[in-house]
Design a protein around this ligand. Structure first.
Ligand SMILES: *[C@@H]1O[C@H](CO)[C@@H](O)[C@H](O)[C@H]1NC(C)=O
Ligand SMILES: *[C@@H]1O[C@H](CO)[C@@H](O)[C@H](O)[C@H]1NC(C)=O
Ligand SMILES: *[C@@H]1O[C@H](CO)[C@@H](O)[C@H](O)[C@H]1NC(C)=O
Ligand SMILES: *[C@@H]1O[C@H](CO)[C@@H](O)[C@H](O)[C@H]1NC(C)=O
Length: 473
């Protein structure tokens, strides 16, 4: 696999030429990339000459900033001030006479996509592949990056190779050779997210077919489940070795700021350390969260949203351990999120069998439904953090009906009974509460999670508004 990294390198005429070879960004920063938007701060790092300062500047529509940082042991690192969604920006690194400009940089949400072959399954392999591929260029603000397949027995600082450098989507990039680039689940997840959030989405694919959770786990995580290193035997391929993919394909990414991660894996553990999976999978999630939080100096949330696909079907007549592994994917709770796996979300895929898939029934072609179900979960997590005060009051001294232009303030629910809801009027004096409205926004609640339903919990209440003062006649 040819690993290639693309940089725009401009050397000024008076700089020492040798200097230019030293200044560069880490492998996973490049033109067309998406960096994590505000409120988080994006982390950017690279290489330079020890002792000399590196100047990093960002120039674009809503934000300009310049930072100077020292180079320690050949590495510089910058935490940018928060940048709102949008772009394009230029990100420039200068040191002595050398300059590197990364153009067309966007700010949005960055998601990591991990797992085994059902995550590696490309957009060119899905049902309706030609239609899906033809649509790619309509989503230039959904950008993709993919780590190359590499393994290592030690934790690497940077990726050893890049399969797809940051790119705008094209049919060629999304529909590469089978199981190469680009992940259908990852792409469709990003595209559907974009369709509802309407701001740039950056997708970082780092996955490898046929690999067990142990390969993607650090020693810390394995030890916490009583596993030792290396948990491998000669009958298995090397990429089955414990920690080798964590070391080469996840550890290097810890230093960037991400919004969340999605994961499609488990088949390789249906017959391998299956009984440990209810420990190893949640332990890997905890460990990734801790490590991404630390690696980004606190920018990536310590409990970032983590979505996963509960395995689809494999064979009808044999017993391959799929019910057990599906159960273990939930830490034996049967549902997610749960007490052990907080802030996770799960896409159930058991109703999407594909017996005649050209890639074997273990690789079902309907990735659209899988990705859509993941997006419903992710949206619920993102919306929850954006706060969705579904009730609002109009706080006004004027004795007349309130309109959309009136001052509406959130009225958080304090208590809910079977036939009443108590809301807080917050800082508004009672005599000024002029109206109450419910679900009055384009998107008031996440999937099947509005506050008010019929007594049997099935039918959602529609929006309503009560004005205290009657309309003037
Ligand atoms: C970014 O760099 C490109 C190429 O040098 C230039 O054309 C463009 O004007 C720059 N954009 C900003 C916002 O500075
Ligand atoms: C995988 O494990 C085998 C057996 O323990 C070992 O010989 C090999 O070096 C390991 N490979 C890597 C990449 O760590
Ligand atoms: C990346 O994060 C790791 C883990 O916190 C840290 O040890 C390492 O120094 C960081 N690397 C860079 C280049 O900042
Ligand atoms: C494929 O396209 C057809 C026709 O538009 C549609 O009915 C079907 O749901 C699509 N399949 C998937 C998996 O999206």
């Amino acid at each position: 696999m040819q690993a290639w990294v693309h940089f725009a390198v401009i050397l000024s005429c008076f700089g020492e030429l040798s200097v230019g070879d030293n200044l560069r960004f880490a492998s996973y920063y490049g033109e067309h990339m998406v960096l994590q938007k505000a409120p988080e701060k994006a982390v950017v790092w690279g290489y330079g000459i020890t002792g000399a300062e590196v100047q990093i500047s960002l120039a674009g529509p809503q934000n300009e900033q310049v930072k100077s940082v020292p180079v320690l042991d050949g590495i510089w690192r910058v935490i940018l001030d928060p940048v709102q969604v949008g772009g394009p920006y230029n990100l420039t690194a200068t040191q002595r006479g050398s300059k590197i400009v990364l153009t067309d940089v966007l700010f949005g949400d960055v998601w990591l996509c991990g797992g085994q072959s059902n995550m590696a399954f490309t957009l060119g392999q899905v049902y309706n592949a030609s239609e899906e591929l033809a649509m790619a260029t309509k989503f230039p603000n959904v950008r993709v990056f993919q780590a190359a397949l590499e393994m290592s027995s030690v934790e690497l600082t940077d990726l050893a190779g890049v399969e797809v450098p940051w790119s705008r989507p094209t049919p060629e990039i999304l529909g590469g050779k089978d199981f190469t680039h680009f992940s259908a689940v990852c792409w469709l997840f990003g595209r559907y997210l974009y369709e509802s959030l309407k701001y740039p989405i950056g997708l970082v694919e780092s996955c490898w077919g046929g690999t067990p959770v142990e390969a993607w786990s650090s020693l810390r995580a394995l030890h916490s489940c009583g596993l030792k290193e290396p948990e491998s035997s000669d009958e298995w391929d090397k990429e089955w070795n414990s920690t080798v993919l964590w070391n080469a394909m996840i550890h290097p990414l810890l230093n960037m700021t991400i919004k969340g991660a999605i994961w499609y894996q488990g088949e390789a553990n249906a017959q391998y350390n299956q009984d440990k999976y209810s420990c190893t999978f949640p332990a890997m999630i905890d460990d990734w969260r801790m490590a991404f939080h630390a690696g980004s100096e606190g920018q990536t949330a310590p409990d970032f949203p983590f979505g996963f696909v509960q395995l689809c079907t494999y064979r009808k007549v044999t017993q391959d351990g799929f019910p057990e592994i599906r159960w273990h994917q939930t830490a034996d709770y049967g549902f997610a999120p749960n007490e052990r796996m907080k802030k996770t979300f799960m896409a159930v895929a058991v109703d999407l069998p594909d017996e005649s898939s050209p890639w074997g029934s273990i690789h079902p072609r309907d990735k659209q439904d899988v990705a859509y179900r993941l997006v419903l979960g992710a949206r619920a997590k993102i919306r929850a953090t954006l706060s969705s005060d579904t009730f609002e009051i109009c706080c006004s001294k004027e004795k007349k009906p309130c309109t959309s232009d009136s001052q509406w303030i959130p009225a958080p629910m304090k208590e809910q009974g079977s036939d009443y809801v108590l809301v807080s009027i917050a800082k508004c004096p009672l005599e000024n509460v002029a109206a109450l409205r419910y679900a009055w926004s384009d998107w008031p609640c996440s999937f099947k999670a509005c506050p008010i339903y019929s007594a049997d919990g099935v039918l959602p209440a529609p929006l309503f508004i009560f004005n205290r003062w009657p309309t003037h006649s």
